[in-house]
Design a protein around this ligand. Structure first.
Ligand SMILES: C[S@@+](CC[C@H](N)C(=O)[O-])C[C@H]1O[C@@H](n2cnc3c(N)ncnc32)[C@H](O)[C@@H]1O
Length: 277
């Protein structure tokens, strides 16, 4: 079964998606939208995009279908230690100073936010670096908040189970320390060990929400390869919220094709894709 989506219908979805997620789909993404939403139409036994739009906006009072639709739209490409220079900078420059300052202030709390964490490879990479750099990690109060808009990727992330071919970027020593072979039907997979998993809290959070529900501030924030889907205004608003939620001298890491250039911000440029409050 194939269905067409006309320009008017595409415009309706374009606006709905922008308003609910900040994701800015240009008209070149019409076919992409169509192919990604076909599955939802089939599942709901609907025969046109117009009916599907009505279903989401008028009939489904639970809001569940909106979440499922956004799940289909988001691009979740990620991998362990993606953009490895960030992880080197973290272990060689950020963590030594951060840990030293915390020790001096007799503080044990480390708070990290991984925004747009997709299927978990990014927060788990951060947690491996932390565990490698901190001598007695259990003596510290470490929490990595890992958030995403998509419930589908969050479910996968919190399972912490990965097929062998997803582990390519992980050095052997880390693989041995932080993973264990799956058993029974997961015997071709590797699982993140519990002590590492316990450092991370996975939550659904929409980065375009006006207010984020955080009390304290973060020592550093990773938000990589998410803002590329947003327009300039949404990016600028988000960057100022990141600034607010970072501790003084805290770092913001963004994706390789992203930049704060041309954005009004108080962040100090450290090196490409790394900024400091
Ligand atoms: C390409 S992935 C990036 C994953 C990871 N940060 C990395 O760089 O490997 C982009 C992620 O951003 C999430 N995303 C898109 N719009 C979002 C929004 N408004 N709020 C929160 N997450 C969003 C998507 O669901 C997706 O998982």
């Amino acid at each position: 079964m194939d269905m067409e989506i006309n320009d008017k219908e595409f415009g309706l979805f374009q606006r709905l998606i922008y308003n609910k997620s900040g994701i800015n789909l240009t008209s070149s993404k019409k076919e992409l939208l169509k192919s990604r939403l076909m599955k939802r139409l089939r599942e709901k036994s609907l025969s046109s995009f117009k009916e599907y739009y009505q279903y989401i906006t008028e009939e489904d009072t639970t809001g569940e279908e909106l979440v499922s639709m956004l799940d289909c739209i988001s691009t979740n490409l990620t991998e362990f230690f993606r953009e490895s220079a960030h992880f080197n900078f973290l272990s060689e420059s950020v963590l030594p100073v951060l840990l030293e300052n915390k020790r001096k202030n007799r503080e044990k709390k480390i708070r990290i936010w991984c925004a747009g964490c997709s299927t978990g490879e990014e927060p788990y990479s951060i947690s491996m670096i932390l565990s490698d750099c901190i001598e007695q990690p259990l003596e510290w109060d470490i929490k990595i908040l890992a958030t995403d808009l998509s419930t589908r990727v969050l479910k996968k992330a919190s399972q912490g189970t990965y097929a062998k071919d997803r582990l390519r970027g992980i050095p052997n020593q880390m693989l041995n320390t932080y993973f264990e072979r799956g058993v029974h039907n997961l015997k071709d997979c590797y699982q993140i060990k519990d002590f590492l998993k316990n450092l991370i809290v996975f939550r659904r959070l929409n980065l375009t929400d006006e207010i984020f529900p955080f009390k304290g501030q973060f020592d550093f924030i990773f938000c990589r390869n998410v803002m590329i889907y947003f327009d300039k205004q949404t990016q600028t608003e988000l960057i100022s919220k990141f600034y607010k939620h970072l501790a003084l001298y805290g770092y913001l890491f963004i994706g390789h094709s992203e930049s704060l250039a041309g954005t009004e911000t108080r962040f100090r440029y450290v090196r490409p894709t790394i900024y400091q409050k």
